[in-house]
Write a protein that binds this ligand. Structure first.
Ligand code: KG4
Ligand code: ZN
Length: 359
């Protein structure tokens, strides 16, 4: 089955074509038109500007993704959550193409799309033959979804069967990275910048001393809700703690990598701790990571180590970097598994929902 995926929920205009066979998904094409350069000067995504850019980009992007593709069986499109004016561009495009081509449509929740990035793994050997995918995904699974808009721990009992165990009560993890970068005056988007700065921190050479000793103050940030019994998160206090920390320190600009390091540690530690706790409680077979913050190397490494050390017989699956941030291949992959179950939504009934929940 060949699926065209369309994604315009935030600031990336994306289209991709995947082929689904059994439980495997193969990416045939993927195009992402990023708007990072457009929004950089505002320090964040400006919804109206994003929607206008989607209008300009969507047809060229879809066209490019369809090059060489003779036939598609269905169109999967992100209907929410996201910026409503951005979502509308993708959804209206999907409706129009479905009407013109007489193909069915599948409505995809953006978070579900991120989850299915974990199914986008190389499935052919050097000779181009389909192989048995190593580490086949088994249920139940726990997925830590961490993006610019969401931070969620999801229990997945099967395709399309989700239970949200916990989520952020305020800022999302990616949003926290973006705001921390803004406080440190280092630019947008914050995640990749904070992680590059952290890699330069002198903390990395001081494995045994967690706090910096060469300063008259300590760089230490809280680990919010680390030991709470629930699976919720909170990152806005962490950002405020960073703000107070730098306000108290006249020389903070000389220690930006150390602040970035400590901030990244604080976020990663809380995320990893709660994911492992949930995996133990629900006796899962797989842990998956998804969303833009899943591109964070420190988070990936900490989670790998924790799974190895604390959970036996549990496999960790992490998407390739290019499928962590917003893309349409993940949407098409989610669409394939819906289409396999004949879970279509008539194009006339496709509706954008900025606050769509994962159910
Ligand atoms: O999933 P995504 O592309 O868009 C949303 O659905 O929100 O995630 C974007 C978020 C941004 O907040 C960005 O700062 C963060 O992902 N991000 C990272 C990294 N790369 C992207 N955060 C931490 N470390 C990274 N390497
Ligand atoms: Zn996203």
């Amino acid at each position: 089955m060949i699926i065209l995926g369309i994604e315009t929920s935030c600031d990336e205009t994306a289209a991709a074509v995947v082929r689904g066979v059994g439980n495997k998904v193969e990416v045939l094409s993927g195009v992402v038109a990023s708007q990072i350069e457009i929004h950089k000067k505002y320090g964040g995504v400006v919804p109206e500007v994003a929607a206008r850019a989607h209008v300009l980009n969507i047809l060229p992007v879809v066209n490019e993704a369809l090059k060489g593709v003779k036939k598609i069986n269905a169109i999967a499109v992100t209907v929410g959550p996201g910026l409503v004016t951005s979502l509308l561009v993708g959804v209206e495009t999907a409706k129009t193409l479905a009407y013109a081509w007489h193909v069915p449509t599948v409505a995809i929740n953006h978070i579900e799309g991120h989850i299915y990035a974990n199914w986008l793994r190389p499935i052919r050997n050097d000779k181009g033959q389909m192989t048995n995918v190593k580490n086949k995904i088994k249920f139940p699974a726990i997925i830590l979804t961490v993006s610019g808009g969401h931070t969620m721990l999801v229990l997945m009992k099967g395709h399309g069967k989700y239970k949200v165990l916990g989520e952020t009560r305020d800022d999302a993890a990616g949003e926290a990275f973006d705001k921390a970068a803004q406080l440190l005056g280092t630019g947008y988007p914050g995640g990749p910048i904070i992680s590059q700065l952290a890699a330069r921190s002198s903390q990395l050479n001081k494995k045994n001393s967690y706090k910096l000793r060469d300063m008259s103050y300590e760089i230490s940030l809280p680990r919010p809700m680390l030991n709470d019994k629930n699976f919720d998160f909170s990152f806005s206090g962490l950002k405020t703690a960073l703000l107070y920390g730098i306000q108290k320190n006249k020389n903070w600009k000389k220690k930006i990598p150390e602040y970035a390091y400590e901030f990244q540690q604080a976020v990663a530690e809380v995320l990893v701790h709660k994911t492992i706790k949930a995996a133990k409680l629900y006796g899962v077979k797989n842990i998956m990571l998804s969303g833009g913050v899943a591109a964070n190397v420190e988070l990936r490494n900490q989670l790998k180590k924790a799974v190895e050390n604390k959970l036996s017989g549990v496999k960790l699956i992490i998407p390739e970097f290019k499928y962590c941030t917003d893309n349409a291949a993940m949407v098409a992959a989610a669409g394939y598994f819906h289409a396999k179950r004949k879970n279509y939504t008539a194009w006339r009934k496709l509706k954008t929902d900025a606050n769509l929940e994962l159910r």
